[in-house]
Design a protein around this ligand. Sequence first.
Ligand SMILES: Cc1ncc(COP(=O)(O)O)c(C=O)c1O
Length: 418
Amino acid sequence: MGAAIMPMLKPAPPSSILAVAAEVRARRARGLKTLDLSVGDFGADHRAPLPLLEASIRALCSGQTRYPMPVGQPELREAVADLYAEEQGWRPSPESVLVATGARPLLFATYSAAFASEEAQHQVVLDPVPSWSTDAYARLAGARRIALPTGADSGFLLRAEMLDPVLARARVLSLCSPSNPAGTTFTEEDLGAICVRLHDENRARARRGDQPPVILLWDQVYWQTTAGDRCVHPLALVPELASCTVVVDGISKAVAAATGLRVGFGVAPPGLHQQMRDLLDHAGTWAPTPFQAGVAALLRDRAALDLARSELKADLQSRRMMVIEQLRALGARGLPIEVLAPEGGFYVAARLAWRGESDEQARRRLLERGGLAAVPFSAFGLASSGWFRLAVAAPSLSELASLGGHLHRAFDEAPPHG
Ligand SMILES: Cc1ncc(COP(=O)(O)O)c(C=O)c1O
């Protein structure tokens, strides 16, 4: 067993996304009209799929109201393993699946377990930025982080060659696809090149016997929202990586309006599984028994699952297009706006700063002059890019249609630096 079940907690910064959301509430309380594109949640237009709700209610009414198994109910762990085998091209054993109250506890447990041993504490987390919350989880685990800044040219995703100077010092490489905040996904070629480097590094470490392996933390919470059927998975590309990969997933972003049911799941390799399990057990982050039953039933009912997913995909796709078209129309009229078309997820990435304007100045201008709340990529660890994340799932369609007007007001005056 590693040195400690719970390493010393280090303070993590508060979420900048939640800070923006608090500003929106304060503005609305003052009667100021505000289009809130800051939070990655669903809105009043969405309802959770009926088969999921009905199966949860059946479980509630038939007495499934007691403790779940801390590691997750067997029927959900089996359903998750089968889903990956059928749709992602790799098959985990049901025993390797962990269930928790959302993806967050699994992320927390991964970092805590990865850095629990003495030798791992001298190593780092590689964090291609912009990224969602990696900084916070690394800090909580007392880990050092190396941010690897990416750009629009790679869809704000890691390129394999960026690993060359730093991989030898890594304990965790954190990847998310489709990404939050950009919504972009890896191509098979790009992800394959990253996986091959990881595999080579871990083989060299195993030969030398002087360092624990690099853990690939693969956060796939948005994979079921990917437009089309493309799902590029590291364990389908290089199956040998299974011994050092943690997969983090859940229903929050895959099933409409189910963020509050708090069901997450993931797969951990033997080297980390027991430690993660101990952490989750003691923290008591057990997803509620009836909702585990509801999710297992939905995953098993392929017709219901396909219908729910295709409706959600179509809804998100049309929302993203609505936003992209308004941004492009303004860009075509000479405003300094760039857009990156995403392949999935809840977000559209757009460059919205005037030249020479800081991200924070641009954020304030968008909010105070345009009544538009958006989160700059600096909140995701990429400083001074001028890019913002626009979250499209929560507002109503008519609110989303008003984006152009908000942007007009935000860009109404001459740029601050002439
Ligand atoms: C990339 C990513 N991973 C994990 C999560 C956490 O999801 P959950 O609601 O399951 O805790 C989020 C939530 O926004 C996310 O964007």
